[in-house]
Every structure is written in structure tokens, then in C-alpha cells.
Design a protein around this ligand. Structure first.
Ligand code: NDP
Length: 334
């Protein structure tokens, strides 16, 4: 397949590029600047430009942002849409809502108008679109939706982020229902994504949001006590999340489906810190003495069987994930 991948400079997208190439696909990724595009290409110096190249899409909040990017020769077969802001340093909820919603709808409109060869658009949604933190269901699965309202989205940055993912995913399904395009969609809904970062794009100060807790632990920022896990006790390794995107583009039965991508065990900050303490003795003094899990005894259940059955995922375990992540962070910091 020839795949358009949005947000090529992102944490999850870096692994999508690797796995798309490994599985023989060619990739055009979008980035906001030439500098970022060139950096990514230089990290794949052996790959010819007809296999991997980039186009600039400076701001996905603009409704016509993707008008040109979706046009290509030979044309695209599939699109993987990861670009969306994931940080909590905002001045206004619109800083998250507009790029998430306009970016998703604008992309789908552009594909419908100018890329008739595309059969599947895979969208990185989130467990944030499923989670009901006021009243967790007994078990989360692909029927779960976050009931967050527009008014609640304005209360704080975490709410704005969760709303951005929920409203963008809803808008995508509405587009499919009402717009009658020649393609279908699949959404990937991961919870906390942990895993190795690529060193050419990162510094420890700018590490992606979901790995920041590991960065803070190894830098001794949590010595006096771990922060709470904030109700998100599900996680997945970024390499499994990336493979889920690629398989969702490849497998025809994935069309029209959401996928809860969650590893087979729960996670808390204490679990992560415990693995770091055991596997990296030099970092032991950076961590608090007491490591108590804050996962409640009556924690919600979840069902990840659609991801194993349709996408054939086999989930990595937390120890492998934490060890590889810490190694990658140490490499960035050294
Ligand atoms: P990153 O912050 O690493 O990647 C976000 C990507 O989106 C970057 O390439 C960024 O570009 C791009 N982007 C953000 N805003 C804009 C904009 N206005 N215009 C153009 N590009 C933009 O985050 P992740 O890789 O973690 O996240 C990728 C996706 O996965 C997001 O949709 C996120 O919501 C979702 N997700 C992530 C989870 C996690 O735990 N990491 C969990 C569940 C879902 P630039 O680098 O130039 O800023």
C-alpha cells in the first residue's frame, strides 16, 4: 500500500513509520516544517524517497490543511491519521479542540474530494473517548463512550484533551454515516501509551506527554512520592499501538470498527517505578522508598479481544516496555 501518515514527528507516528516500512508499504508522512521532515528522513537514510518522503501540513486546525497533501502520484491506498495535540499546556480549550476536530473532519473531506483511491482511513482516537471517569462501567469495550459535554470541556486542560478526542472521533463516525464516502474508517483507542522514543526528535525536556512520568521518575522528580495514576490503569506499548494502526489499514474486517488497544495487565505508577528499581539499580536512589499501587480493588474491567481477534495483536508485557523505554530515555539524556 501507499500510505499517507499524518503527524510524522509524533511519538506513536515514529513507530508507525517503522512498522509500515517493515511490512513493505510506502509512506508519505506530514510534518509541520522542512526541518522535522529532513530529520526523520535522515534517520532512515537507507530508505529510497519513493518508499519514504514527507509533505508539509503546518496546522491541521485549518479546514483546508490537507487539501494538497492527500494528492499523490501514484495515489494513496490508505491514510493513518495520528496528528492531534496531546499536551496540557494550553491557554484555551480551543487549542486542543480545533486541531483535533477540524483536523479529523478536514482530512476526511479532503480524502473524499481528492483521493478516490483511498479505501481505509485509520484514526488515532483514544481511551479518552471511551472513559467515563465519573462512573466507570463494569467493563470497558468498543461500545463505551465518554459522556463529556462541551461545557465540561472548558473546565480544565485534561477535560479539554479528553473532549478533543471524543468529539473528533464522534465527528469522524458522523462523517461516515452522513457523507457517504468511498472509504471506511477504523479507530484505534489506546489508553496510556508507553514505550521507547526515537532519539533524533527528542530531548528529555520535550519528551511526549505519556512518557513524562517515566522521565520524571528517572530524574528523581518523584523522590518524595509518586503522583496518582489518575484513574487510567490501562496501558499499551507504543510498538503494539503502531502495529494496531498498520493492521487496521491492512485487514479488511477492521473497517467500520473501533479498537480498544490495551495490554493484558493493569498499570500504576508504582508498578512502573518497581520495574525501574529492580532493573536499573543505578536509578534506585531517584525513586521513593514506598511504592504503593493506587489501583482500587474494584477497578473496572476491560475487553481487548477485538484487537487480538481482528488485528491479531499479541501484547508486550510491562517489564519489557518499561526497560526499553528507560533505555531510550537514558540514550536521549546522555
Ligand atoms: P505527540 O505529541 O508525540 O504527537 C502529536 C503529533 O501531532 C505531532 O506530530 C505534532 O506535530 C502533531 N500536531 C499536533 N498539533 C498539530 C497541529 N495543530 N498541526 C499539525 N500537526 C499537529 O503525541 P503522541 O504520539 O502520543 O499522540 C499521537 C496521537 O495519539 C494523538 O492523536 C493522541 O491524542 C493519541 N493518543 C496518544 C496516547 C498516548 O498515551 N501517547 C494515548 C491515546 C491516544 P509537532 O511534533 O510538530 O508538534
Amino acid at each position: 500500500m501507499k500510505v499517507l501518515l499524518t503527524g510524522g514527528s509524533g511519538f506513536i507516528a515514529a513507530h508507525c513509520i517503522d512498522q509500515l516500512l517493515e511490512r513493505g508499504h510506502s509512506v508519505i508522512f506530514t510534518v509541520r516544517s522542512d526541518e522535522k521532515g529532513r530529520k526523520i528522513l535522515s534517520n532512515h537514510s537507507g530508505v529510497p524517497l519513493d518508499k519514504l518522503n514527507y509533505v508539509i501540513v503546518a496546522d491541521i486546525a485549518k479546514s483546508t490543511a490537507f487539501a494538497e497533501a492527500v494528492k499523490s502520484n501514484p495515489p494513496f491506498d490508505a491514510v493513518v491519521h495520528t496528528a492531534s495535540p496531546f499536551h496540557l499546556g494550553i491557554n484555551d480549550p480551543k487549542d486542543l479542540l480545533d486541531p483535533a476536530i477540524n483536523g479529523t473532519v478536514g482530512l476526511l473531506r479532503a480524502v473524499k474530494k481528492s483521493a478516490p483511491s483511498v479505501r481505509r482511513v485509520v484514526i488515532t482516537s483514544s481511551f479518552a473517548s471511551m472513559m467515563n471517569s465519573a462512573q466507570h462501567p463494569m467493563k470497558y469495550d468498543e461500545t463505551s463512550w465518554n459522556p463529556i459535554t462541551s461545557q465540561e470541556a472548558t473546565l480544565n486542560a485534561a477535560n479539554a484533551y479528553r473532549a478533543s478526542k471524543t468529539f473528533a472521533e464522534k465527528a469522524a463516525w458522523d462523517f461516515i454515516r452522513n457523507g457517504n464516502p468511498g472509504f471506511d474508517i477504523a479507530t484505534i483507542n489506546p489508553p496510556l501509551v508507553l514505550g521507547p522514543v526515537v532519539s533524533h526528535l527528542n530531548s528529555l525536556d520535550t519528551i511526549n506527554t505519556s512518557n513524562q512520568r517515566l522521565r520524571d521518575m528517572i530524574q528523581g522528580r518523584c523522590k518524595d512520592g509518586l503522583p496518582p495514576s489518575f484513574g487510567v490503569y490501562l496501558w499499551a506499548d507504543v510498538r503494539d499501538v503502531a502495529l494496531a494502526h498498520v493492521r487496521a489499514a491492512e485487514v479488511s474486517e477492521a473497517g467500520g470498527k473501533r479498537f480498544l488497544i490495551a495490554a493484558n495487565t493493569y498499570v500504576s505508577n508504582a508498578h512502573i517505578a518497581g520495574i525501574i528499581r529492580d532493573q536499573f539499580p543505578d536509578l534506585k536512589n531517584q525513586l521513593p522508598m514506598e511504592l504503593d499501587s493506587d489501583i482500587p480493588d474494584d477497578v473496572y474491567g476491560y475487553d481487548n479481544s477485538r484487537s487480538t481477534e481482528v488485528l491479531n495483536l499479541e501484547y508486550r508485557d510491562l517489564e519489557e516496555c518499561v526497560v526499553d523505554t528507560v533505555k531510550s530515555l537514558l540514550a536521549v539524556g546522555s
